[in-house]
Ligand binder design. Sequence first.
Ligand SMILES: Cc1ncc(C[n+]2csc(CCOP(=O)(O)OP(=O)(O)O)c2C)c(N)n1
Ligand SMILES: [Mg+2]
Length: 591
Amino acid sequence: MTTQTAPGTSVHIGARKTGAWLARYALEQLPVSHTFGIPGVHTTELYDELAQSEKIRPILVTHEVCGAFAADAISRTSAGKIGCLVIVPAAGVTHAMSGIGECFLDGIPLLVITGGPRTDVKYGYQLHGIDQQRLVDGIVKRSWKVTEHREIVPAIFEAYRIAVSGVPGPVLVEIPVNLQLFAQPVDDVPAFVPPAPESVNHDRELDEAARLLCQARSPGIFAGWGAVDVSDSVKKIAELLGAPVATTLQGLSAFPGNHPLHTGMGFSRAAVPAAENAFSDCDCLLAIGTSFGEIPTGSFSCPVPENLIHIDISSQAIGRNFPAKVGLVGDARVLVPQLLARLQSRAVDQSTRRHKVEAQIARDKSAYREEWHVHRSDRVNPALFFEELRRQLQDDAIMTVDDGNHTFLAAELFEVRRPRTFISPTDFNSMGYAVPAAIGAKLASPERQVVSIVGDGAFLMTGLEITTAVTHGLGITYFVFDDGELSQISQGQEIPYNRKSCTTLGKFQLKGIADATSAQYVAIENNGQLASAIRLALTEGQNQPVIVDVHIDYSKRTRFTKGVVKAAVKSFPLRDAARFLGRSLIRKVTG
Ligand SMILES: Cc1ncc(C[n+]2csc(CCOP(=O)(O)OP(=O)(O)O)c2C)c(N)n1
Ligand SMILES: [Mg+2]
């Protein structure tokens, strides 16, 4: 990214200003529409300023981690905007840390503003007195503690620039409470100039990439979150090459699920059959905006060919898990259109291959759907649920998911159609994400439908945040997959351990939570109720949150769960793999 402060451009203030005024001024220059947090004595002056802002709406949450997840969802669902937290030092920061960490590992920009203890008094042992820079060191790109009024505006602008440049991520600025409260003369502050994507020169590598892709017998594309804003170019490349496209979990929305070349999440044996088959003889892989993390690679078990072309903004990701024949470090928004132009100029015609690939994908997808349809129980069939939900949702509806079995059911069975319409806590993998994330998404896009798929265990963590959705009249439909277990883990226990431990949830009534938060409540007990109950929930959920108690059937496992458990055991040393299998077998016999 280029620096956002053009030399010599500044804004004249020429008055005594409080630090809180300066912070509000700086935030108002940035693409910040909302802040999230809970005020405390170290931030009341800043909250008083924000309350007067016509550009920024401060939102009170019930827990700072929910604020962090909501802010994260603003960054993910609204390209160009950044989520922002305004929180108290120490306890506010530790509460928010799971959300800050999620942004750090998922590469999502987040601006965290905290108060800090007074720096103008001689006393130690002040309230919330902790070294916050040390506290957050491993989960932010950078943090600042400002010491003078004149540093506040430049520090916030610089924090923003760092948050959105290179691999995006969270940043933290601590403004001690005395600076916020007291006024000091301020002459000039820098003008804000939005950073632009950095241009790179990779002509040689792009030529080589185009050559390898055109020569390949069976090319494939693997798209991650980094490709989410170049979906159209990826589509054209795929069509030109007749190449199947798999995505990561985080990047599910980077390629339309209803495109005939779309295969699914990942391409290992933990992927859906359409993806596993389409990539089985892949001899040249174009990977865009992915770090080949654990989830989409099926615990690193996917077959990556020698001819790997890897485009990513992180130089560390290139070649880290799988060696790259051609590595291109840079922004996909810059590089992918350049690669497309080279492929177009080569005028390759792969329409025969394309039709063959598309036909196979269609057959595999239909067979997999059928496999789910014939799986009967008296509870709600996940495939029928996601198909009906898709039918009733608009294409630009946003879905937030949590972490659990429901996540992988959604990934395998729900068709995501538009960029940035599916968001998930991925690499930090923090449960509790979906409920508050939906609040951030709805605040950022009030005109769009927002739904959430959340496991009952995750719902217990942050479900009470629905009160915030009620307060603001946010139409969000929360589909809670009610199975009474921490299923993603209990299924993982069942296979290798042949018993479960500590994964059965305590009993609770979703209806009671709906009553307590003044949300609407709908139950879906079986397949017969699906269409009418989803319609009712989406209608009720236009201006208020609705909790839908989905009596989901979890008796059929996802390809993902089966695949990763096998891949994990395979990666064990031989002796330990044998011990695991032996123990499971003995337990099967002895009970
Ligand atoms: C904060 C946190 N704690 C624990 C885990 C481990 N974990 C991953 S998925 C999962 C189960 C989630 O259960 P639930 O929300 O009911 O979803 P289900 O798997 O039943 O669909 C657990 C415990 C985690 N990812 N994050
Ligand atoms: Mg559950």
